[in-house]
Ligand binder design. Sequence first.
Ligand SMILES: [Cu+2]
Length: 498
Amino acid sequence: MGTKNMGFILGLIGFLFLDGLLLCMAREVHHYDFVLQEANFTRLCSTKSMLTVNGSFPGPTIQARRGDTVFVNVINQGRYGVTIHWHGVKQPRNPWSDGPENITQCPIAAGTNFTYEVILSDEEGTLWWHAHSDWTRATVHGAIIILPAVGKTYPFPTPYKEQTIILGSWFKADVMAMIQNSIETGSTPSNSDAFTINGQPGDLYECSNETTYRLPVQSGKTYLLRIVNAVMNEEQFFGIANHSLTVVAQDAAYIKPINTTYIMITPGQTMDVLFTANQNLNHYYMASTPYVDSGIRFPNTTTTAIVQYEGNYSASSSPFFPTLPSNTDIDSAQNFTNQIKSLASKEHPINVPKNISTRIYIAVSLNRLLCVNDSCDTGTGDRQAASLNNISFATPQIDILQAYYSFYLVGTGPGNYNNVTDPLSYNLVDPPEVNTINLPRNGWAAIRFLADNPGVWFMHCHLERHSTWGMDTVFIVKNGRYSNQSMLPRPAYMPPCS
Ligand SMILES: [Cu+2]
C-alpha cells in the first residue's frame, strides 16, 4: 500500500473519530416544567374545568434531536395523583421514568412533583406524551418532536414548514368522574361528544366555527404534518380535500413513502405526512372521522380544520371537503395499513429478529363478567370486560416496573392464526417498526422484538375503554449478564405508594 493511500486512510479514521466526537458533544439536554393544573375550557357551548399541563389543550410540545435527553419536572397542582408517559420513547435501561400508573411508579400526588428523565435513543420523527392514570390522557397530552441529529437531514426533501396536528376526543362531562362512575356501575363509558384537531372541534359541530383550527399555506410549498392520534377510543380516517398525502414516518421510524388520499391512524400512533399546496388558491378542509370495524355504537361525527391558501382571492363560500372511506370500510383501512414498510435504508436500517427463542400466543377478546351481589346496575347482571388469554388484568395498587418497547409488525391477517402456513408470509425484509398496531377484528397480528431492555413493561390496548376493562398485561424482562444490560439504579426519589 502506497503512503498516499495510507495517509488517506489515516485521514478517514481521523475524520470518523472527529465525527463521533462531534456527535457525542452534540447530544443535548433539555429541561421542561410541566405544571398540572385545572383550567376552564369552553367547547360545544359548554364550559368545564379540566386537568391540563400549563393550562393548554393540547399540552406543550417537547422538541429535541435524536439521542438527546429531556428532563421534565412535573409539578402537580391538580386535585388528584397523575403520572405522565412518554409514548414510544424506548428509555434504554431506564424504566423508572416510563410512567404508567402503578406499573412503573405510583402517582405523583397532588401538591408534589417528580422529574422524569426521558432518554431518546434511535427514535426519529414524532412521538407524544400523555397522562397514564385512568382516563386523564383525554386532556393531558402533547407532541414530542424528534429532529435528526445535528448535521443529519430527513430522508425526504426538507419541507417548507412543519405543523403538529393532534387528533383528540372532547367530552362535555368531567372525564374522570365519568370513568369512575362507569367502573363502579359496570356501564359502558360514554362516547365522546366531539373529535378535535389541535383542540378545536371544527365547523361541523355546534358553537365551534369561530374557533376552527386554520393552517395557512403558501401556494407551491410543501408542508410536513406531524399527526398524533390522541383520540380515546376510535381509530381515525384522515385526509385533506383535493390534496394527496405522502406518509414518510410512523411511530418515530421512517417508512417507504406512501402516496395516498387518506390515512388510517390508530389511537396511540403517530404519522409524519407531507403534502404540497398545489391546488387553486382557496380553502380546503382537512377532516378526521372514526373507523370502526365492529358493530358497536360509535360517535359518528367528523372534526375539521381548514387549509387556507395565502394570497388575494375570494374563497368559495364553503371549503372543499375530502372524500374519506366510510366509517366501517375495513378494506380501505387494511389496504392502507398493509402498505406500511420500514424505510430499511443504509442510514436507517432495521434489525428484525430472525431466530425466535420464545413464542407467545395471546388471544385478545371482549367478554362479559358476572356481577357479584348486584354490584353493578347494567340491568343484565353482568358487566363488560376485556382480556388477554381470557385473563382480565387488574392493576395493582403498588408499582410494577415498566420499560418501553417498540416491535416489528411482521404479519397480519384475517381469521384464526395458523402457526404452520401464516409464518410463510411474514415480512422479514422491511416490516414497520412501531409501538402501537391495529389488530383486525377476528384477525391476528404477529410481532417480533428483541428482549434487550430490562424492566417490567406494560402491553395494553390503546382504546381506553378496552384497557379499562382489562385488555392489558405486563412483560417482565430480566437484567442481562452485564451491567450495561441491567436497569439503571433506582432514582433517589420515586413517588411513594399510598
Ligand atoms: Cu400511549
